[in-house]
Design a protein. Structure first.
Length: 255
C-alpha cells in the first residue's frame, strides 16, 4: 500500500539524527522562549531553527508554509499596531487608525515566536520519516495503537493533497473548468469535497484492515522487521538540549 508523508529525503546530518532527539529539540526550541520571555532568546532560537532547516536543505519545501504564516502575521502587525493596549508612541496614520511603535514591537515578538515554532516543527516533519519516528517510539514502550494514530496524522494531509490532485486531473479530463475566476474555482472545489472525504475514509479502513492482518492487537512477544538503528551523536545532542532547558529554568528562577 502506497504511503505519503511530508518527509523530504536528503543526505544530511539532520536527517540522520535520532527522531526522539528531534522531538526533544522541538520541545526545547518552543520552551526556551516561554521560559525566558525576551526577544533575544526568541530571536536566537528562531535563527537556530532556520539554520538547521538550511543545513537539512529543506528550505524550499518550507517556503509555502512560511508564506502562509507571513500573511497571518501581517494581520497581527496591523492589529497590534492599531489596538495594542500599551500603545503610546504614534508612528503614522490618522485617528482612529494611528499605528504605534509599541504595537509594532509587540507584533515583532509574536512574529519571531511563531516563526520559531513553525520552523522547529518543520524541521521535525520534513527531515523525519514517520515510520522511523513511530518505530523508535514503539521501541521505547509506546503502544502500537498510539503509534498507528501518530503515523496516520503524519500521512493524512499529504494523502488528501495527493487525492485532491488526482480528482482535479480526472475532472479536467472530463471538461470541468478548475481555473479562472474565484467563482469558477469555488464551483470546482465543491465537487471535490465528497470524493476526497470518502477516499480518506476508504484509505483509513484499508490501513486498519492491513494492520489487523499484521497483528496490531497481538499481545505477545513481538519481533522487528528491521534491526535497531544507531544514530550519530544521540547522547551528546540529548545531553546538550537537556542542559539548555535546565539552564533556562535556573536563569529564570535566579533572575
Amino acid at each position: 500500500m502506497k504511503t505519503f508523508s511530508l518527509y523530504v529525503p536528503r543526505d544530511s546530518l539532520i536527517h540522520r539524527i535520532n527522531p526522539i532527539d528531534k522531538i526533544l529539540y522541538t520541545i526545547t526550541a518552543i520552551a526556551v522562549p516561554l521560559i525566558l520571555p525576551s526577544m533575544a532568546a526568541s530571536f536566537l532560537c528562531m535563527l537556530i531553527s532556520l539554520s538547521l532547516l538550511a543545513a537539512a536543505r529543506v528550505v524550499r519545501q518550507s517556503l509555502p508554509v512560511f508564506a502562509f504564516v507571513f500573511l497571518i502575521l501581517c494581520t497581527v502587525v496591523l492589529i497590534q499596531g492599531w489596538f495594542y493596549p500599551g500603545n503610546q508612541t504614534p508612528l503614522f496614520g490618522v485617528e482612529p487608525f494611528v499605528f504605534h511603535a509599541e504595537g509594532l514591537m509587540k507584533a515583532c515578538r509574536i512574529g519571531i515566536r511563531v516563526t520559531n515554532v513553525v520552523a522547529a516543527f518543520l524541521l521535525l516533519v520534513l527531515t523525519t520519516k514517520p515510520a522511523d519516528l513511530v518505530e523508535e517510539l514503539v521501541r521505547r514502550g509506546l503502544s502500537p495503537r498510539i503509534g498507528y494514530v501518530l503515523d496516520s496524522i503524519f500521512q493524512i494531509l499529504p494523502q488528501m493533497m495527493n487525492t485532491t490532485r488526482t480528482i482535479l486531473d480526472a475532472q479536467r479530463s472530463r471538461g470541468l473548468e478548475t481555473e479562472g475566476s474565484l467563482w469558477v474555482r469555488v464551483k470546482a472545489f465543491l465537487p471535490l469535497i465528497v470524493p476526497v472525504v470518502m477516499s480518506s475514509l476508504i484509505h483509513a479502513k484499508e490501513r486498519a484492515l492491513a494492520l489487523e492482518v499484521r497483528g496490531l492487537h497481538f499481545e505477545g512477544q513481538r519481533t522487528w522487521l528491521r534491526e535497531k538503528r544507531t544514530y550519530p551523536y544521540s547522547r551528546e545532542i540529548r545531553g546538550g538540549l537537556l542542559l539548555v532547558l535546565t539552564a533556562s529554568i535556573v536563569w529564570r528562577i535566579l533572575g
